[in-house]
Design a protein around this ligand. Structure first.
Ligand SMILES: Nc1nc2c(c(=O)[nH]1)N[C@@H](CN(C=O)c1ccc(C(=O)N[C@@H](CCC(=O)O)C(=O)O)cc1)CN2
Length: 283
């Protein structure tokens, strides 16, 4: 068996084309959606992601606002930048690029974001709404995982899903999204305390690997025909390396590669959240 590739580059491009049409409709009604980003410090990965987000905005006609602060910015300076974005009428939604440099209180910063402008779905109120099953912007990476699976016709209803990693940007919210009635999956959330990871993954119809441990998912841990999504990001010898080992493509039915899978989908779902925030202003 050779897995069908869950192509995130192609799917994200299709989503951007749909969004560009929605942006044109908004423009006819005098609204130009605006995305703000706040980047603090020098992390090269974060710089690259933010640059890509602004480039994506330009492609679909979203106005973008790029706020940057040095690595030695104080908590007060970061919170002041957040307050400015809250007050900026051209900014419909924005995000604080994570991680923040050491010494800054990430949770306190995220709390200051006006929830109505939460582009990332990571505000504590947005996550609370997700728990309660209320409408809310969804965190972009888990949202991207679900949209990618749906676009390729992978069945979620009743599926056994194993998510590896309990982080706040991927694993934990993904468990919440997949167990909603609309997705209806059964989720096992594995993490560093899991005793026998392979025993869980071998039963799974879908494996989402977001552990950040290179090659943690090996071919003998995958049920033949399962869908495997590689969301792990590590750098080995300067090269982006995912959580899925070589050879899994020979066992899996579907595989989202890394790069080229969930990463581009994360960016596409961010744009979706921004367009939806702009559309809400007309309701
Ligand atoms: N505020 C947030 N911070 C972070 C998030 C997030 O959703 N919100 N997620 C990650 C990083 N991230 C978005 O910010 C992100 C990661 C990867 C990609 C991407 O397109 N990756 C490409 C490869 C790019 C490369 O060559 O390095 C791919 O997978 O093909 C986009 C966004 C942590 N921080």
């Amino acid at each position: 068996m050779t897995a069908t590739i869950l192509d995130g580059w192609l799917t994200a491009e299709e989503i951007r084309q749909d969004l560009a049409k929605r942006v044109s409709v908004l423009a006819e009604r005098g609204v130009v959606p605006g995305l703000g980003t706040l980047l603090v410090g020098d992390d090269p990965g974060s710089h690259a992601y933010v640059t890509m987000k602004h480039r994506d905005c330009a492609k679909v006609g979203i106005h973008s606002i790029d706020r940057r602060l040095p690595a030695n910015a104080t908590q007060e300076q970061v919170e002041a930048a957040v307050a400015e974005l809250n007050a900026d009428p051209a900014c419909h939604a924005y995000l604080v690029q994570l991680p923040l440099p050491k010494g800054l209180d990430e949770f306190r910063v995220l709390e200051r974001v006006e929830q109505a402008k939460d582009a990332d779905g990571l505000h504590p109120l947005s996550l609370g709404k997700l728990v309660l099953g209320e409408p809310t912007p969804l965190p972009c990476t888990p949202y991207g995982v679900v949209v990618l699976l749906r676009r390729f016709g992978v069945e979620l209803n009743g599926a056994e899903v194993v998510v590896v990693g309990r982080g706040i940007t991927v694993g934990r919210p993904l468990g919440l999204i997949l167990t909603r009635k609309s997705e209806n999956s059964t989720v096992t959330l594995c993490h560093t305390g899991t005793r026998d990871l392979a025993a869980h993954t071998r039963r799974a119809d879908i494996i989402v690997a977001a552990a950040g441990v290179p090659g943690i998912i090996k071919p003998d841990m995958v049920k033949p025909g399962a869908a495997v999504l590689d969301v792990g990001v590590s750098h080995v010898d300067g090269k982006l390396t995912g959580d899925v080992a070589a050879g899994v493509e020979q066992v899996a039915g579907y595989l989202s590669p890394n790069p080229g899978g969930v990463g581009p989908m994360t960016r596409a779902q961010l744009l979706t959240n921004v367009v939806e925030a702009a559309e809400r202003t007309l309701l």
